[in-house]
Write a new protein. Structure first.
Length: 252
């Protein structure tokens, strides 16, 4: 008999692509979730205790407290194998792990740290002006090779390895953070990547999660909590978020 999923608390808000990835996997595996949608920079001592790198997401359930979306998703896969989110073929499974690693490393460096951090986090959280030239340099210089690589591996239709997998989710989540950074991609230059991302969002729980996050980016923290509940994601009564930031923005 497969184990019925234990309720989990997810620390971190759905504006984070890594939190959306974990929430999508929880939804696919029917793990009941309560969310503490903190901004990581505002995490209190309890947050530091559960997330030594002070990063979101964190998953807490009856057996583990885990950081890092890749580690969390692997745990959920092994504990709740249905539906499988890693391909069955051994070579495809390795390729899926690589795409997840690529999304977490070079793709994240460019999209989250060079672009989103400068365009959205710096003005929105730290009240400092964005360096428009810095964003432009990343978008014109560093982003195209990442997208060129993805264009070479993107499927012409469907998902990367047949059924929806962790590779599709890991890559697709990052594109919404580019859109919030007001980066528009030339549709003629990376058409396969665009189609792959659109199909993944439309064909997975990332659809409603992205719609929720589109609302969140325009709301105050108090209104955000209501938006989560309205989207069927109950919010914890107690929070690991404080009212003042604990440290300045991370440098890479
Ligand atoms: N590789 C990690 C990345 C997590 C990450 O960078 N999260 C960001 C939010 S989008 C964060 O917590 N940043 C706060 C910080 O680095 O101080 C994962 O997949 O979970």
């Amino acid at each position: 008999m497969p184990e019925s999923p234990a309720p989990a608390t997810i620390i971190g808000g759905a504006v984070s692509p890594y939190v959306r990835k974990v929430l999508a996997v929880c939804a696919l595996k029917r793990v009941p979730v309560t969310i503490d949608p903190i901004i990581p920079f505002f995490g209190n001592e309890r947050f530091e205790a559960v997330s030594p790198l002070r990063r979101v997401p964190v998953l807490i359930d009856d057996r583990v407290t885990l950081s890092d979306s890749a580690v969390i998703c692997q745990y959920l896969e092994e504990r709740y194998p249905d539906p499988p989110l890693w391909p069955t073929d051994v070579a495809d499974r390795a390729r899926a792990r690589w795409l997840e690693a690529f999304a977490a490393t070079r793709m994240s460096d460019v999209i989250m740290w060079r672009v989103f951090n400068e365009a959205v986090i710096k003005p929105g959280i730290w009240g400092r002006p964005r360096d428009v030239e810095e964003v432009e340099r990343a978008v014109t210089g560093e982003l195209p090779p990442v997208l060129d690589y993805l264009e070479g591996v993107a499927p012409a239709d469907g998902f990367a390895f047949g059924p929806l997998s962790i590779a599709d989710l890991s890559v697709a989540v990052l594109f919404r953070n580019l859109a919030w950074s007001r980066v528009t991609l030339d549709p003629a230059r990376w058409p396969r990547t665009r189609g792959w991302v659109e199909r993944t969002v439309a064909g997975s729980p990332l659809g409603p999660l992205t719609a929720l996050a589109d609302r969140l980016v325009r709301l105050s923290p108090a209104a955000q909590r209501e938006a989560y509940a309205a989207a069927g994601l109950p919010v914890t009564t107690d929070s690991m978020g404080g009212s003042t930031p604990r440290r300045g923005p991370m440098t890479v």
